[in-house]
Write a protein that binds this ligand. Structure first.
Ligand SMILES: Cc1ncc(COP(=O)(O)O)c(C=O)c1O
Length: 430
């Protein structure tokens, strides 16, 4: 493939945008080469500036469960354009979207009682953490190595030396005094969580976890571990926050909370909730939400929060989701998984696939045991992923440009599309 126009655009972008992009992983640094500039999305395809068409497994990092520009979402946006771009006032669609989230999910997860909309996943997590601290009157938060919760200061933190010690900033620009309030623990370890609760007794505001960690590979947790987090937070009067920015409406409508039947105090949403527009939200118990401004003393606000176009897109998106869509995605997921496994066994023994619902991760690790912790990922295998990525790219398959990122299925993908991908994988040689 000749990426002539992408290369020209990249040179132009470098003059104005750092690394030519607005979010780091888009710069292709993990896989080498220069980023591709895309013109449009159509169903499950992406079309670049050089008019190449790619089957899109990146799906804008998760939101596009029904593919690009679903006609129902476009229709809802066109309708809303006749009314407003932004109002900065309360409006009807905010109530409709809130109902669409809360009513069905509450039947399964009774702790989902109130919701506030924001404009990104990062903002949702930042607000939920502040609310947890304000509600409990405690300072410290526990997060897990290998989970990503957006780029807020208090969560861009990596483990310190030794278990249950203060975290270290994982980016410059974050004061140590911030990261010292964050305790970073390994996933899949009840003992570490127990130790942290013992060590910082009475000062842990919340435990935050991606219940389906999908930002550092796909590190599917044991249900017992997630249930243990529910128990220990209740015992210590700390809150449990499930970050469902990826898993919400993806694993099933009620997300991982519904899948595992665990009732967190707060849940954060994003991605699918906005139907392709910038939306995040945090939701949870009424009693906790009584603390948020203007009802309570925990301040939180946003000029574009509840933006009418974003609410219209989100509502149209959620209206499209039903049992048969999740069943279809599960069937296609099973088909992809079992056929990839066959190819890997026969031809690429170093390769593995792990999948939950329509989220999958292809990784390189000849040991076949399940990977549940970030430190089990081999960073030296990433050069093989880079080769695999470019092999696929040059044959019209767009995977995430990093071996740490997962892939997503979308409803417009057909079995024929999946077969094209399988054929491309089948041709790959390390
Ligand atoms: C689980 C999780 N939480 C939070 C975020 C941050 O969301 P955003 O990029 O919309 O700020 C992400 C983004 O990938 C995410 O995957």
């Amino acid at each position: 493939m000749n990426f002539k126009r992408s290369k020209v655009l990249y040179e132009e972008a470098l003059k104005f945008l750092p690394a030519g992009v607005n979010s780091p992983v888009r710069a292709f640094r993990q896989v080498g080469g220069t980023p591709i500039y895309f013109l449009k999305g159509e169903g499950c395809y992406l079309i670049d500036e050089d008019q190449h068409r790619f089957l899109d497994f990146c799906n804008s990092w998760g939101p596009l469960i029904t593919g690009h520009r679903h006609p129902e979402i476009i229709r809802a946006l066109e309708k809303q354009l006749n009314y407003s771009l932004t109002l900065g006032t309360p409006h009807y669609l905010e109530i409709e979207l809130a109902k669409k989230v809360i009513e069905p999910i509450q039947k399964e997860i009774p702790t989902i009682q109130k919701i506030r909309f924001v404009s990104s996943g990062t903002e949702a997590v930042m607000s939920a953490i502040r609310l947890a601290r304000g509600y409990t009157g405690k300072n410290k938060i526990i997060k897990f190595e290998g989970c990503y919760h957006g780029h807020l200061d208090s969560l861009l933190v990596k483990a310190g030396s030794g278990l249950a010690t203060f975290g270290q900033p994982s980016s410059l620009g974050i004061p140590k005094s911030f990261s010292e309030q964050t305790i970073v623990l390994p996933l899949d370890s009840e003992e570490s969580v127990e130790e942290a609760f013992k060590k910082y007794k009475g000062d842990i505001a919340c435990v935050i976890i991606e219940p389906v960690p999908a930002n550092n590979g796909l590190l599917i947790q044991r249900k017992e571990f997630l249930k243990f987090l529910r128990t220990i937070t209740l015992e210590n009067e700390s809150l449990l926050i499930f970050d469902e920015v990826i898993s919400g409406f993806r694993v099933q409508y009620s997300g991982a909370s519904g899948y595992y039947q665990i009732h967190p105090d707060l849940v954060t949403y994003g991605k699918i909730l906005g139907g392709g527009l910038p939306v995040g939200a945090f939701a949870g118990k009424k009693e906790i939400f009584s603390m948020i401004s203007p009802d309570g003393p925990v301040y939180q606000a946003g000029t574009l929060s509840g933006n009418p176009l974003a609410m219209a897109a989100g509502l149209a998106q959620l209206n499209l989701l039903n049992e048969s869509i999740y069943k279809d995605l599960e069937d296609k997921g099973q088909y992809l998984e079992s056929n990839l496994k066959k190819i890997f066994e026969e031809k690429l023994p170093e390769f593995s696939i792990v999948r939950l619902a329509s989220i999958f991760w292809i990784y390189i690790n000849s040991k076949k045991e399940p990977i549940r912790r970030a430190d089990q990922i081999h960073s030296d295998s990433m050069s093989i992923y880079a080769k695999f990525f470019h092999h696929c790219l040059n044959r019209g398959i767009y995977l995430a440009p990093s071996g740490y990122e997962v892939g997503f299925l979308s409803t417009p993908m057909t079995y024929q599309d999946l077969n094209v991908f399988l054929e491309v994988v089948n041709e790959f040689k390390i």
